[in-house]
Design a protein around this ligand. Structure first.
Ligand code: HEM
Length: 486
């Protein structure tokens, strides 16, 4: 018996020693993280068609939620627009992207867009420096308090003029077309000091061609949307170059400071900065940059205004509340007195309505980036060269962050209840939208005069918003106008 016990003891010691030596021999070396879960779909087309099909119906969230459920709530891989891509779709992922701009990731656009803006500062890599310097100027023009005080007066006058010309005395209008006209005329005034409605009208058609070609099939033969967009972009740049040339001469011939003070627009700021830095003023370069800014401002703002008009028609109680707030502001001022920044600050409920529109109907489904180097996020490897997409719907429409996410409820934005990084309509980090304050002024001033003057009804009650490829009402949102009795 003792012998057996001794034998078992020796055996167990031997086994333990063997196990220990085995573990130490096979101790795992640090493993490379895995790629994110997901499917890259069919060769070449990947999951692009599925995405486009749902985007057209304005149901991008379905594409995202299906995959979040199947793979991971924070990120998944797919293949889109011919690229291996990782969709980032949680507050943590948003925060990570904002913090790592130009460190782990850099701006990237699908090839279509790059081709349309070929040579443009926003999209050509060599011109990132100019873009950064332009951001500084744009911030000075749009976000600083004293500049905003001046801008609100300019926007006020343009908004009144626009309503007078295109809305008053009309029974029915196409709200989307007019919102575009309004935003384009403001961009031309604030960026180029151009108020010539003929030039704006002429260029409006070209801007619309650019927009519809941005996500079209990249077939560059006469007659295609893509080809028209490339030609339109060239046409606009040439027109803007002419304006740059004339302004440069004006500034050089006159006292520099006087010219700047007179026009107060983006173009003068850009030219002045080059002159002050003893740099050559290259007209085509400045025209490229201004084109990018006008495009960035155009659809984002006009579509937001259009969506607001749609919701105010559908939700009378929300309209009533906005109307009450705006009339209180209107009644506190003289009839012809323009709005000022204090009035804008009082538009708290109206801004909550705008925020809810931006949550539910973001014009841009999210920007793209490229991994500059291999890195890992949430334990998964993102290889260098892979593309990333910050999928806005992943948080904006998620019940975890916004209970009853499909319900239009401006009160969500009352107080400080929003989970950080779950609501990001203007992006964040190094590429945060430099036009956000400018957009806020344009939208709120317009809403003020619109609700002060009219109530309205949708002509097509069940007209929906679609993405073709950018967000828009299916039939340009015709509305019937009912002026208030004064
Ligand atoms: C409701 C209106 C607007 C919305 C929702 C919006 C949204 C955004 C978002 C999400 C980004 C970040 C893109 C990224 O991360 O790559 C962005 C960038 C940008 N926005 Fe806006 N925007 C609006 C209005 C404007 C206006 C009025 C301007 C005109 C000055 C403007 C100019 C730009 C530019 C130039 C960029 C690129 C910045 C960069 O890449 O550094 N946006 N916008």
């Amino acid at each position: 018996m003792e012998l057996i016990a001794l034998f078992l003891l020796v055996l167990s010691i031997a086994f333990t020693l063997y196990s220990l030596s085995y573990v130490s021999k096979t101790k795992p070396t640090k493993q490379k993280p895995e790629l994110p879960p997901g499917s890259t779909g069919w060769p070449i087309i990947g999951e692009t068609l599925e995405y486009i099909r749902l985007a057209k119906k304005n149901c991008i969230e379905k594409f995202i939620f299906d995959r979040q459920k199947k793979y991971s709530a924070k990120l998944f891989k797919t293949s889109y627009a011919g690229e291996k891509m990782v969709f980032f779709c949680s507050p943590e992922a948003n925060r990570f992207m904002f913090a790592n701009e130009n460190k782990l990731i850099k701006a990237w656009w699908p090839r279509n867009i790059s081709k349309i803006f070929k040579g443009s500062g926003k999209l050509s890599e060599s011109k990132q420096k100019e873009l950064a310097s332009m951001r500084k100027n744009v911030s000075a023009l749009f976000n600083q308090l004293n500049a905003m005080e001046k801008n609100v007066v300019i926007i006020d006058s343009l908004a009144r003029n626009h309503l007078e010309t295109h809305w008053i005395d009309c029974e029915e209008v196409a709200a989307h077309s007019l919102a575009k006209k309004y935003t384009l005329s403001i961009s031309f005034r604030l960026m180029l000091n151009n108020v010539d409605s003929e030039t704006v009208g002429e260029l409006e058609k070209l801007f619309n061609c650019i927009m519809s070609g941005m996500f079209a099939l990249p077939i560059n033969i006469p007659g295609t949307k893509f080809n028209r967009a490339i030609k339109a972009s060239k046409g606009i740049r040439e027109k803007i170059e002419g304006i740059v040339r004339r302004r440069k001469i004006e500034i050089l011939e006159n006292n520099i400071n006087e010219s700047l003070d007179e026009s107060k627009d983006l173009l003068s700021l850009l030219i002045m900065e080059k002159i002050k830095d003893n740099e050559e003023v290259i007209e085509s370069e400045i025209a490229d940059m201004i084109l990018v800014y006008i495009v960035a401002a155009y659809d984002s703002t006009s579509t937001t205004i259009t969506s607001i008009i749609k919701y105010l028609a559908e939700l009378p109680q929300v309209y009533e509340e906005v109307h009450r707030e705006q009339m209180e502001i209107a009644n506190s001022r003289g009839h012809e007195e323009p709005l000022n920044l204090d009035d804008i600050k009082k538009m708290i409920y109206s801004w909550n309505v705008v925020s809810e529109v931006l949550r539910l109907q973001p014009t841009i489904a999210g920007p793209f980036r490229e991994a500059i180097t291999d890195f890992s996020f949430d334990g998964f490897l993102i290889p260098k060269g892979w593309k990333l997409h910050r999928a806005v719907h992943g948080t904006h429409k998620n019940a975890k962050y916004f209970p009853e996410p499909d319900k239009f409820d401006p009160s969500r934005f009352h107080g400080n209840k929003i989970v950080p990084y779950s609501y990001v309509p203007f992006g964040g980090g190094a590429h945060i939208c430099p036009g956000r304050e400018y957009a806020r002024l344009q939208i709120l001033v317009f809403i003020h005069y619109l609700v002060k003057t009219f109530r309205w009804e949708k002509v097509i009650p069940d007209e929906e918003l679609i993405r073709d490829p950018i967000l828009m009402p299916a039939k340009r949102l015709p509305i019937h106008l009912y002026p208030h009795q004064t």
